[in-house]
Design a binder for this molecule. Structure first.
Ligand code: GTP
Ligand code: MG
Length: 448
């Protein structure tokens, strides 16, 4: 047992604020002693015991349910004590303080899950899924996080890792027989096996990419001249009046953010101040914020009034946008021009004609945003994945790709396979540097 694990940690596991029930969770070797102090005795493992929770002077803090889990049959793999009391913030604090005074120390963010990981209760991808499940903003995101937590993503990675190791062992064995190396490689169908592994990798990447989209969502920034209807379109997409709409040009002065979802994909919609020449100090600052919002955008919607179409003003706005930022032209107010809602692709450009007021054509925009995000219909197999997982999968693919033209040099193939294995192992935590672990768990909430 290392020094940290010999310490007993405690934290309020339920969300801050008032609730019907609040839980203080304790993990580590002092659980039994703490239970004896607070409850009078340690309850039988995995039994809900209705008991008095007592202060050090014997006075009553609350009466509630205590559950004791004996190591290794607990979330963390250590002795764990859960005290379920009434969920008031003052009461929770008293109960926590009682545990801290009896030999526990305050747990850091994610420390319970980190211990579960260190005790092999979860691998790293599963541990990350715990935080992603808690933070999921849509049902689809939550479902895919549960899938990763239950080990679906990890088992795909493990299966691939197994095949990679098998191939690597074969190639390395060939190195012992230098005369026959090439023959071995051909007879062992190394090229074909490499191909099969790459196909499997592509399928995993697709699923993981969808899961990552559910986690991260996309940022959609609405820009255009004043009065073209950016705030009206924001409200239409959000389904509520999040931004002020008036016929006065220059109404929006600040960026207005709202979170929506389409088919479970979170979309962060950012309404901005209309772009125009102005001497108004407040408006100038708003316009500067518009340009800043564009720096982190995934998509820019360029709004124009359908009555006059794209003018020189819009062309100069377009010229200032980052070249690689996906853009969609929105011709708004078609209720005034009596056009029908439509989507048109002209060369590289997409034009959507709609009315933010009547809602006509909005579904075309929604569908197109999903397409731009890279969303495909949700299959059963989508699992939650983080950007670091996608990067690791890309790195595996790069090394396998590099191995393909090297089949006549087995030692180089072996090296690429070794690097691919290392990159893949980072996902589940087999080859993960300590500082990365610290970074991952520090982003958890306290008590998990
Ligand atoms: N008929 C019609 N009017 C619209 C439509 N969209 C917006 N408007 C009107 O156009 C005016 C300006 O709308 P806003 O949504 O405030 O425009 P904006 O682009 O946010 O303007 P700024 O915040 O000043 O940059 C308001 O009077 C809206 O009611 C539309 O689709 N049809
Ligand atoms: Mg506005």
């Amino acid at each position: 047992m290392n020094a940290e694990a010999s310490e007993t940690i405690a934290a309020i596991a339920t969300a801050p604020g008032s609730g019907g029930i609040g839980i203080v969770r304790v993990s580590g070797p002092a659980c039994r002693t703490i239970a004896e102090g607070v409850l009078g005795h340690c309850p039988a493992p995995r039994n809900a015991a209705y008991l008095d929770f007592k202060a050090s002077d014997g006075s009553l803090i609350d009466r509630g349910i205590a559950i004791y889990y004996a190591a290794p049959h607990s979330y963390t793999g250590e002795d764990v004590l859960e005290l379920q009391a009434h969920g008031g913030p003052a009461l929770m604090q008293m109960l926590l303080s009682r545990c801290l005074a009896s030999g526990a120390r305050q747990a850091g963010p994610g420390e319970f899950t980190q211990r579960a990981y260190l005790n092999d209760k979860l691998d790293l991808a599963q541990a990350e899924a715990v935080a992603d499940l808690i933070n999921a903003s849509t049902q689809e995101a939550a479902l895919s996080a549960v899938r990763s937590l239950s080990g679906e993503f990890s088992s795909h990675i493990q299966a691939l890792l197994g095949k990679l190791i098998e191939l690597r062992m074969f190639v390395e064995a060939c190195l012992d027989f230098p005369e026959e190396e090439i023959d071995f490689i051909t007879q062992g169908h190394v090229g074909e096996k490499l191909d099969l592994i790459r196909q499997e990798l592509t399928a995993i990447f697709k699923s993981a990419r969808q899961g990552n989209l559910l986690r991260e969502g996309i940022q959609v920034v609405l820009i255009g001249q004043p009065n073209v209807g950016k705030s009206s379109l924001t409200n239409q997409l959000a389904g509520e009046d999040v931004a002020i709409v008036t016929p006065i040009a220059g109404t929006t002065r600040d960026t207005v953010r709202s979170a929506i979802q389409i088919n479970g994909v979170p979309l962060h919609i950012i309404d901005t101040a209309g772009l125009r020449e102005t001497a108004d100090e407040v408006e100038l600052q708003g316009i500067a914020r518009t340009w800043r919002a564009l720096e982190s955008a995934s998509v820019a919607l360029l709004l124009v009034d359908a009555a006059h179409g794209i003018t020189g003003e819009e062309k100069s706005i377009l010229a200032r946008l980052p070249a690689d930022l996906p853009k969609v032209w929105i011709h708004n107010k078609i209720d005034l021009t009596a056009e029908a809602g439509k989507i048109e692709c002209v060369g590289e450009e997409t034009h959507i004609h709609l009315s933010a007021k009547s809602g006509e054509g909005i579904s075309l925009l929604r569908d197109h945003l999903l397409k731009l995000a890279g969303w495909q219909a949700v299959g059963e197999g989508v699992f939650m994945a983080r950007t670091r997982h996608l990067e690791a999968l890309k790195s595996v693919d790069r090394h396998l790709n590099q191995a393909v033209p090297l089949l006549s040099q087995p030692e180089l193939v072996a090296e690429e396979l070794r690097l691919a294995q290392e990159a893949l192992g980072q996902i589940t935590g087999e080859f993960t540097p300590d500082d990365l672990l610290g970074e991952i768990f520090s982003r958890f909430c306290i008590g998990k």
